[in-house]
Design a protein around this ligand. Sequence first.
Ligand SMILES: [Zn+2]
Length: 193
Amino acid sequence: MAKILSKRQSGQFVVPGNRLGVIEEFTPGQGTYVERGEIYAEITGHTLLDMQNKTVSVYPLVRVVRVPKVGSIVTGQVSKLQNKTAIIRIFKIGEEQLSGVFSGLLYISDVSASYVDSIYDACKPGDIIRAKVISEKNRIYHLSTADKGLGVLYAFCSHCGHMLKQKRYKIFCPECGRFEKRRVAVDFKETVS
Ligand SMILES: [Zn+2]
């Protein structure tokens, strides 16, 4: 059953299929549709009742711009490595794709709970990595991959660029046969048995 608007006022939050009224009382406006004489919301948004013109419309919900926060699980692409730091272009918070671009820094000391020799053993440019935001200052996000669910999800051969696969604990290139090192997540995407 479609929800019936309880109050006849503007600004009510509606989702597609919510009943807004009948055509005898309102003219269907933007963001609505009519079925058997009844007006429904076609989009997610807020109602706008124009009592003067007897029109009901739905104004689309403005997407809230999301930014990573301390504790957010983010996904990004390694853009470069320098010294003991990987620079990551964050494009996702949780499951939500971001329109803006945020930069994350992964220091070697935050790669793993155990000691890591070189940042080059953790990830390489082009890799897709999942990390947790551990601190934020001036929109620079410091990341960690020390938890089990974090780390590289997709990796590419630094010699020929092919997608690397994982077999047991080894990461290798099926194209050129090269073995590489990565700090992989438990759900590394190209795992073969
Ligand atoms: Zn290769």
